[in-house]
Write a protein that binds this ligand. Structure first.
Ligand code: IFM
Length: 454
């Protein structure tokens, strides 16, 4: 395998709520996930992020682990309520200082910090005012972006506004599987729009504070495949792609929502007409503010099968009975190359990153303390290979971030799903490098210095 540029970003990723713990330190306010995790049945094991990986206190050791693995970048997120407890008032300097210390530790270890402003843990006070379904949250986010980029702009060049707006809007406001747990399809569409608008408005604000800023957005994209060549399955694929991928890609790159996907929402009764009630003049141009890069989070593909129910075919996206991870997600590395090539061909972002890619497997240490996570080793190798293929086909891929550095709080699954390349014993907080971490280290070494290839 070859073809990775010398300056390729080899990284791992985490997010604040999933790893930090220390929820009541430094005046941090309540987040929507603090509140949601208390709802009986919302999190499978009844857990929350109170301690998580205690990364807040152990970040220096975690940076040392990153050095051991040899990554040259680290993607992490800022906890919004650690900076603005209620999302609006006073700035919490203790919160900013924590991230300054983290960034300084990374920089001294030669690791480039990739900051995400919003990886889901919004202040609960903003949700109490309507959350992302309310246009007022856009201003709150832009102020937050201003505060953080002003504080860290002297040392961080790489900025992400949101992580996976589809998850925040759809899982948070439509299915209610994620915080804030609302089941209101119309609110979900408004939430998606306000997330995109907040992104577009924050981009120039970040650029104002950061010299040579490199600003982007991270989308979770899923390549769809029709289950057969039948018209009904091809139609299911179109619907799936419109709802999942193009609803976000088209506004960002073309400044408009896809007409066919709008019509689908009208048909479903989630919109009363094709005029989107939450769009105000000028919004779409702001959303389409050019970005420096797009991040793609890729885990698996969707097989789309239509189910004929009168004149409204239902989309069923099902995994094949192939190899699956503990999430039930099919292992399908070709899908990664496919989505990278498709986004490059259809939207031509200036640069692309795989900002998340990884697999949940619950391998525990054996009696000698070794974590032989063979399935994850296979997953990592084959997906890095898919990146090489995409590069060879001309995709401007600039980096790859494994999800995740650490086993951590996996949202509605709590601690029952382990994505880390480093095992965390939650009782003792002991970290153990899994075999996948060593394999990733060797892959990085081989590509950064081909002579060390084995
Ligand atoms: O853990 C999540 C992460 O927070 C967002 N992307 C998907 C990961 C695995 O489910």
């Amino acid at each position: 395998m070859s073809g990775f540029p010398k300056d390729f970003a080899w990284g791992t990723a985490t997010s604040s709520y999933q790893v930090e713990g220390a929820l009541d330190v430094g005046g941090r306010g309540e987040s929507i996930w603090d509140r949601f995790a208390r709802v009986p049945g919302a999190v499978a094991d009844g857990s929350d992020g109170r301690v998580a990986c205690d990364h807040f206190h152990r970040f220096a050791d975690d940076v040392a682990l990153m050095r051991q693995i040899g990554v040259n970048t680290y993607r992490f997120s800022i906890a919004w309520p650690r900076i603005l407890a209620d999302g609006r008032g006073e700035v919490l300097h203790a919160g900013l200082d924590f991230y300054r210390r983290l960034v300084d530790a990374l920089l001294s270890a030669g690791i480039r910090p990739f900051v995400t402003l919003n990886h889901w843990d919004m202040p609960q006070a903003l949700e109490d005012e309507g959350g992302w379904a309310s246009r007022r949250t856009v201003d709150a986010f832009v102020r937050y972006a201003d505060v953080v980029s002003r504080a860290l702009g002297d040392r961080v060049r790489d900025w992400t506004t949101h992580n996976e707006p589809w998850c925040m809007a759809h899982l948070g406001y439509e299915t209610g599987e994620h915080a804030p747990g609302r089941k209101e399809p119309a609110a979900a569409l408004a939430a998606a729009h306000h997330l995109l608008l907040a992104h577009g408005r924050a981009v120039p604000v970040i650029r104002a504070h950061v010299r040579d800023a490199h600003v982007g957005l991270v989308l979770n994209l899923v390549p769809g495949y029709a289950a057969s060549g039948s018209d009904i399955d091809r139609e299911a694929l179109r619907r799936f792609d419109g709802f999942f991928n193009r609803w976000y890609l088209d506004p960002i790159f073309f400044g408009r929502y896809p007409d066919d996907a709008i019509a689908d929402r009208v048909q479903q009764g989630h919109l009363s007409s094709t005029t989107l009630p939450f769009v105000v003049d000028g919004d779409m141009a702001e959303i389409a503010t050019p970005i420096d890069w797009l991040g793609i989070n890729y885990y698996s593909r969707a097989i789309c099968r239509g189910a004929d129910e009168g004149n409204a075919p239902r989309v069923i996206a099902e995994p094949l009975p192939a190899q699956k991870t503990d999430m039930g997600w099919e292992v399908f590395p070709d899908g990664l190359a496919a989505i990278l090539e498709r986004v490059h061909a259809d939207y031509a972002p200036r640069a692309l990153y795989v900002t998340e890619n990884g697999a949940a497997y619950a391998t525990e240490p054996d009696h000698q303390g070794r974590v032989a996570d063979v399935e994850r080793v296979h997953y990592v190798r084959t997906h890095v290979e898919a990146c090489a293929q995409a590069l060879a086909r001309g995709v401007p891929l600039r980096g790859y971030f494994l999800w995740s550095l650490l086993d951590n709080f996996e949202w509605q699954w709590g601690y029952l799903r382990r994505f880390g390349i480093v095992h965390v014993d939650y009782a003792t907080q002991k970290r153990t490098l899994k075999d996948s971490a060593r394999v990733y280290r060797d892959l990085i070494a081989a590509h950064t210095n081909p002579r060390s290839a084995r």
